[in-house]
Design a binder for this molecule. Structure first.
Ligand code: PHE
Length: 355
């Protein structure tokens, strides 16, 4: 057998035996690599006579090609085997019931979903902003002048100043998203901004991290009547019953006039019933967007007006679903989640009921 034929037979046998891509590659290197056997044989061509070269040149090239093609074929076969094995071992039985072991949706997520459903039905879209906010968006543009006592009102968490001395904050409310939206978008604006907010506060009804949903409407000819209508409709839709509300004068630097909205409630045993009753519970802050805020965002207050509101999601979740202590919400206790959580497969919607 010629040397060429013997070399081919040797590698053909090895390639056939190769069980893994790694081993196959080792064979490739041994035969065809720069210092491989076939390459060395080819280097021998230089010392041959012209006649010998004429025969051996094409023969060696053929050998190289044949080995390369065997390797390629084997490689494909091995890759297919690996894929089949993966498919066989990673199958999922789609017919398995989700059943009792399914996770549950956290009440805060559920309530945010419910709010989004109600507001999107009224034509609002959702906007977002960062949790770590700068002084301009969290305070200055919202008409909190520098050194104004209203800044202390929020028990702010301050970040360490950066190399330029700028000190960011964990946003104390979702109102900075008002600013970001008014700077970015042209009126008419109709957004809600759900998100996390932070204040240095902790007791039965306060946690250092909590959730708000902000609302903002900017257009021509917007007035308090629009604000009241939207919020009254929202409350009845959210609590899925007629809810009586009242607006009390209040102060926020970024709205004028400002109000807090209360809902009627009564205690029945240890439970709180929202909607009717002799008592009032504060639910949210709201007001007409202050002209200074509009100006800070490049809007002319003589042309555009608007209203804004901000409500605590966790508080509303507690009231709607009867959870006694706000702090439990963020304790990550799976027993609590099992009890108060929601079926993640049931999407909140207005047609069949929110919850
Ligand atoms: N940002 C206010 C707060 O967190 C709530 C609010 C929002 C009030 C929008 C008026 C308008 O207390």
């Amino acid at each position: 057998m010629s040397e060429i034929a013997a070399t081919f037979e040797k590698y053909a046998a090895q390639i056939k035996e190769a069980r893994e891509l790694r081993a196959l590659d080792d064979i490739r290197v041994a035969a065809l690599g720069k210092k491989g056997e076939v390459s060395k044989m080819m280097q021998g061509l230089g010392k041959m006579s012209i006649d010998e070269k004429k025969v051996m040149g094409p023969a060696l090239n053929g050998l190289k090609k044949d080995i390369a093609s065997l390797i390629e074929t084997r490689k494909e076969a091995l890759e297919n085997e690996a894929l089949d094995a993966a498919l066989a071992s990673e199958t999922m039985d789609m017919s398995l019931p989700v059943g009792a072991k399914a996770g549950t949706l956290h009440p805060v997520s559920q309530v945010m979903e419910e709010m989004a459903v109600i507001f999107s039905d009224m034509g609002f879209s959702a906007a977002e902003g960062p949790d770590i906010e700068d002084d301009f968006h969290n305070f200055t543009a919202l008409n909190f002048p520098k050194g104004h006592p209203a800044r202390d009102m929020h028990d702010t968490f301050f970040m360490t100043p950066d190399s330029e001395g700028e000190q960011k904050v964990l946003r104390t409310h979702t109102s900075p998203v008002q600013i970001r939206t008014m700077i970015k978008d042209k009126p008419p604006i109709r957004i809600i901004a759900p998100g996390r907010t932070y204040r240095c506060d902790s007791d039965q009804t306060h946690t250092p991290m909590f959730h708000q949903v902000e609302g903002l409407v900017i257009d021509k000819g917007i007035h308090m009547g629009h604000l009241k209508g939207v919020l009254m409709d929202f409350m009845s839709a959210f609590f899925e019953t007629d809810v009586d509300v009242q607006f009390r004068p209040h102060h926020f630097p970024f709205t004028e006039p400002s109000a807090e909205m209360d809902v009627r409630y009564e205690r029945v045993g240890s439970a709180i019933k929202i909607g009717q009753g002799e008592k009032w519970m504060e639910i949210l802050g709201c007001g007409m967007v202050h002209p200074n805020v509009l100006r800070a965002c490049g809007l002319d207050p003589d042309e555009y007006q608007g209203f804004a509101f901000g409500m605590g999601v966790d508080r509303l979740a507690m009231l709607k679903y009867g959870m006694p202590d706000l702090r439990d919400m963020f304790a990550a206790d799976t027993r609590w989640l099992g009890h108060y959580g929601f079926n993640p497969l049931l999407q909140a919607n207005l047609a069949t009921g929110l919850s």
